[in-house]
Design a protein around this ligand. Structure first.
Ligand code: MG
Length: 167
């Protein structure tokens, strides 16, 4: 596929951990259900990684942000799997004749330690994004105990995407 247009996009998202660590809600990151006690508070399933990617992809095509497309006061998005939202966002760029080139993600979390889940998350992202795994990079960092991440109040995520297209 020849591209005559390249676009870059950045997305950032934060979700806080629930107060009740035993509320039975799973922690879902990059579409993977993690066996952790803490979940993230959200209108959707709280997948902070997929939300950051959605915003990055929308940003690259001047498509606004995730909140405009999927309002968090709309009942139809209550508890929705964020992979469904991501698929819709990918549909938007497809319509505009853009496709993903690569994705680079930085998760900022003091807890949980993500190393053990990294490969599973990359595989999941590769499937969701329909990209080879060598075009999906997932990094994780802490804030060395500083700030709201360091106090283990939540998880943040940055995503950068490159799109190519024939626009
Ligand atoms: Mg979010």
């Amino acid at each position: 596929m020849n591209a005559n247009d390249m676009r870059i996009g950045h997305g950032f998202d934060v979700h806080r951990f629930s107060e009740n660590f035993n509320d039975g809600r799973p922690l879902i990151l990059a579409g993977v259900l993690l066996p952790e006690e803490r979940s993230l508070v959200a209108h959707s399933d709280g997948d902070v990684i997929l939300h950051a990617i959605c915003d990055a992809v929308l940003g690259a095509v001047g498509g606004g942000d995730i909140g405009q497309h999927f309002p968090d006061n709309d009942e139809k998005y209550s508890g929705i799997a964020s992979g469904v939202l991501l698929k819709q966002v990918l549909g938007i760029i497809d319509q505009k004749q853009f496709w993903l080139v690569n994705v680079d993600i930085t998760v900022v979390a003091q807890v949980p330690k993500l190393t053990a889940y990294r490969q599973e998350m990359i595989s999941s992202l590769s499937n969701l994004l329909e990209l080879p795994e060598n075009r999906v990079n997932l990094k994780a960092t802490t804030t060395e105990g500083l700030g709201y991440i360091g106090r283990e109040e939540g998880i943040a995520c940055h995503a950068v995407v490159l799109l190519a297209g024939n626009a």
